[in-house]
Design a protein around this ligand. Sequence first.
Ligand SMILES: [Fe+2]
Length: 465
Amino acid sequence: MVARWDCASFALVIVVGLIFSVAEVCNGGRTSSFVRNDQLSHDMPLDSDVFRIPPGYNAPQQVHITQGDYLGKGVIVSWVTPDEPGSNLVLYWGENSELKRQAEGIVLTYKYFNYTSGYIHHCTITNLESDTKYYYEVGIGNTSREFWFRTPPQVGPDVPYTFGLIGDLGQTHDSNRTLTHYELNPEKGQTLLFVGDLSYADAYPLHDNSRWDTWGRFIERNAAYQPWIWTAGNHEIDFLPEIGEDIPFKPYLHRYHVPYKASGSTSPLWYSIKRASAHIIVMSSYAAYAIYTPQYKWLQKEFQKVNRTETSWLIVLMHCPFYSSYVHHYMEGESMRVIYEPWFVQHKVDVVFAGHVHAYERSDRISNIAYNVVNGLCTPISDLSAPVYITIGDGGNLEGLVTEMTEPQPSYSAFREASFGHGIFDIKNRTHAYFSWHRNQDGYAVEADSLWFHNRYWSVSEDYM
Ligand SMILES: [Fe+2]
């Protein structure tokens, strides 16, 4: 009797085991079981050291740089002087050069309801030498401030280059941890790809724009030394017609300039750059993108300009992801996906980075482009010409993490975890790049997720993921 029960139990275990293993096959990849502190983080107080105002009358603050042209031989230097316009000049010189050059910029101000901005300077420096360290100086007299940056190597298909990835950063203690982790990551990102939602000033009454200023001072410690490539998110819209603020993106567009004209774009919300071995396309989830719109027409032309023998890696940045399996913001990117996904497959985009969802997720190479309304083919399928979609909206803002996930994990989702962190996309040559995701709770060198990328254009075998 006892022996018979044992057999029955054994059979039951086998059956249950089979059910679970079938469920495993039906589901997608891995959902991390990492346990995190789920307490909501507040914005750092105004007297935090990270928001410190540089000493001295009218001292330049909120210094940040971005690429200033199409090929990486230009830099836009931006800064704010609080009391008066001051000087528009940037003084700059190469590491091994005695010759100091100067470039003249422009100065802007704007009002947002009862807020008046400081004097926002933008100065484009052009014709820089490749792969060279430059020092630069802004401001006048004893309140002038000096910084440095390194230009990228000349564009070429095998140039190694390391991009950092941060999204939805905000200005909480978690945001500070994310930025510190990025700065101390031994992989050393050389340029940061920022996938939208910057300051979260719009969380405050009347979208208190002084929180745009604190954010500018917070990121200066990194953004003054390496370019941050900007993507606009929904928290940049700042649309508040009930108080007369009916011009979308007003604070963002005054504060963060990008070289959109260099790529033939008519709007700073969508543009592209070439940098080292990458062609990087920035799209706007919050500007018109349907067929016939300026963004659509521009991207159609831009894809024709991509030359993989020159820039082997093709990267797309946007704020709202096409593929995310979190409950929050689920399917918000769907209308844009329907329009653009066929192009991503056709042009063999290597990777699409997005934010918006405050968590991390990496997809398999899949596409969902066969559906034609009547054929019922509406499930993503494995597609080696398709990009990997990475959601990296886990910078650490005051809205906290999204932890609720759709269940079961969809087949397109390879790995997902709701933790704050940043990414590194490390291009080795024309065929290989290494992506790693770094969770804030870990040591600086720890990779919580990683993937070798085999270039979609240059892969020697179609079997490579
Ligand atoms: Fe967002």
